[in-house]
Design a protein around this ligand. Sequence first.
Ligand SMILES: [Co+2]
Length: 425
Amino acid sequence: MERRWAESHTTLQIHICSICTHHLNSFLLLTQEEGLQEPLKDEELKIKCITVIAVFICKQHEQGRFICFDHITFWVGNAKQAASYYCNKLGFEPLAYRGLETGSRDVVSHAAKQGKIIYVFTSALNPGNKEIGDHLVKHGDGVKDVAFTVENCDFLVEKSRERGAIIVKEPHVVEDRFGRVKLAILQTYGDTTHTLIERTGYNGLFLPGFHAPLFCDPFLAKLPSGKLDFIDHVVGNQPENEMVPIVEWYQRNLLFHRFWSVDDKQLQTEYSALRSIVVANYEESEYVEYYGGPGVQHIAMNTSDIITAIRNLKERGMEFMSVPDTYYQQLREKLKLSKVKIVEDISILEELRILVDYDDNGYLLQIFTKPVQDRPTVFLEVIQRHNHQGFGAGNFKSLFEAIEADQNARGNLTILTPNGISEKL
Ligand SMILES: [Co+2]
């Protein structure tokens, strides 16, 4: 079969995750580096492609601690409708609101919640809002901020500042009759930011300034549960030239340190798996092109019952990536040689098109949604873990075939010709 190529494009994926870390946050850095100047045969590609994976874990400093993901903020054209999509299709429920009715004259925000997951959808209310307007023109609807609940916001910001981080907003207290919260905002990759939130003793619905939702759609209660519990990981995409700085940024400014690296035995398997699948950069190059630079590419949400979750989400009309039948034929064959025992019925996983990745000690089940806006940028993942801390590297290849089919349908699948020029297929 002819090997088709998206433009040679190296990207870095940063996985920020909360998997089974109990009180820690860890980072996975996944880099795909390839010195492709011309199309190569598969054998050669294996040699030329270098993949580096490292998981970063938050160091327990003397003071200051990252506790968990707090919430994720999307900047969108129409916050009301965006929130409604997540409620209807994904099982979120309105949590809190601020807008004209609550005295917020410039921006409107709808917060929606499911399990411990909180997404906030924000839009500008007035003409001429340059910051939100420019962001929309460049990126389309997308993730603006990934917020963490922390201990000792002041200390973390001071450490970040000493190490040269850009502080977008200094630590400041916001309060209402339900208590006080301390917030600070740091710049990270692209136009993305991280908000650090210290919420000692705050008893309100979400954050000061937010009121109860104006409206709860009665139809939502009639729909089957989304069964999503917490944010498992968040993945950011980087163009190649920003790879090294961003790795350093997380190490230096958030005091995360490397936990696993390619030298680690446990990762060797995933490393080889990834290395042999260099097409893994298709989707990223399309992402970077349409997002206009680095940004959050996907958010994975953890469930303890992926079969019910996906059945319900499909019933609610959520659209997922599919894989070919051959994926499950191969999976059954390969599992015969593995020590791992999959508890779930493979034929149900096959029917729902849920993917499996495993090693001898455990496995994970995962599935990816189609992009959640018209631009092929941000998408979501649903994941269930059974003693497996990976991110589904073994599924990259099958996923690519599916992504490639979608990309082709969007007219974005390119071929790298022998003279190095990329052409649309
Ligand atoms: Co993921």
